[in-house]
Design a protein around this ligand. Sequence first.
Ligand SMILES: [Zn+2]
Length: 370
Amino acid sequence: MKKDYYEILGIDKSADAATIKKAYRKKAIEFHPDKNPGDKEAEENFKLAAEAYEVLSDPDKKARYDQYGHAAFEGGGFGGGGFNNMDDIFSQFGDIFGSAFGGGFGGFGNSGPRRVKGSSLRIKVKLTLEDIALGVEKKVKVKRKVKAEGVTYKSCGTCNGSGQVTKIQNTILGRMQTSSPCPSCEGVGQTMDYTPPGADRDGMQTIEETVSIKIPAGVADGMQLKVGGKGNEAPGPNSVPGDLIVVIEEIPHETIVRQDENLHYDLYISFAEAVLGGTKEVETVTGKVRIKLEEGIQSGKILRLKGKGLPSLQGYGTGDFLIHVNVWTPKKLSKEQKDFFEKMKENENFMPNPQKSDKSFFEKVKEMFS
Ligand SMILES: [Zn+2]
C-alpha cells in the first residue's frame, strides 16, 4: 500500500502551494543525504518526499491525485510520479534547498559543482490506427544542441572546480562564512578551454539527428512519451542531456471510429444481401477479415469481432471490432422491380415481425455503454 502524499509531507488536503513547498523543504532537509550519509531509510524518505512534492506542486497532477489517488499515475508511465535517481531530484528541485546547503545548487551538498541538465525538446508524431494497433517504431529527425566535436573544458580558476565561492565576513555576531555559486562558471566548476570553429561560445553546435522511437501499441491522441537523453545537451563535461518528449497525434481513420479500445465500423449491404445472406470482406486495422451474414439479417445488427480492436496500454486485454450492419434501401428501381415490390407489399413474409432477439437501436446502444 502506497503512502498518501499529504501524509508524507505532513500536511492536510487544504494546504496551499506555499504550505506544500514549505513542508517539502522541511522534509528534504531532514532526510537530505548530506545529513544522513549511508542511511537507506533516509534516502527512501527523501525520494518519497520529492515524489509527493512533484505531484502536489503541479496543479494538474494534484487535481488528478485528489480525485483518483495513486491510481491516477499507474500504468503506462505517462506523467506519473516517482524518481529513480537522486540526480533527477536535484536537477528538478535543487533550488528549493535555498541557502540551507551551500549555494543552493543541486548535487550532493555544498561540496560538489552544479550538474547541468540540457533542455527538453518536444516533437509530434502522427500515427494511423494501424500503427496504434500493432505498436510501431518511428524514425524522426530532431534538431538538437550537442557539444561540438573537439571541445574541451578546464577546471574553473575562480573556484578551483568546486562551483562555489566562499566569503568570510566579520559581523557583529562574529565571523560568518557564506557560500554562493561561482560567478565565473555559474556554479558548474568548469569553463571553456578550447572552442572549435563553428561552435557557439558555450562550445555547442546544433545537429540534425535521426532518433528512433519505439511506440507501444494502444497509445492515444495527446499522450506523451519520454525518450531519455535525446533532448539538448548542456555544456560542460559533467552535464546530462535533456529529454525528447514525443506527443502522440492520431490521424483519423477514413472508415473506422475509435472508442477507447473498441473500434466501430459501418457496413453497408444491399437489400438482396440482407435477404439472401452471404459473406463479406471487412478491412480491420490488423488486416482483412471475412464475415458471414445470416439470411434475413436486420439493419442495425452489430457483429462483434472479439479481440480485433486495440490492445489496452495497461495490458488489460484487447478491445473488439464492432460492425454495424446497415441495409441500403434502393432509391431507383425499374418498372419490373417496382411491380415486384408492389406485389410483395401485403405479403406476410414482408411484414415486420420483430422478435425479442431483434433488439431495438436504443437497447443496443444501452448495452454497448454498460
Ligand atoms: Zn567557478
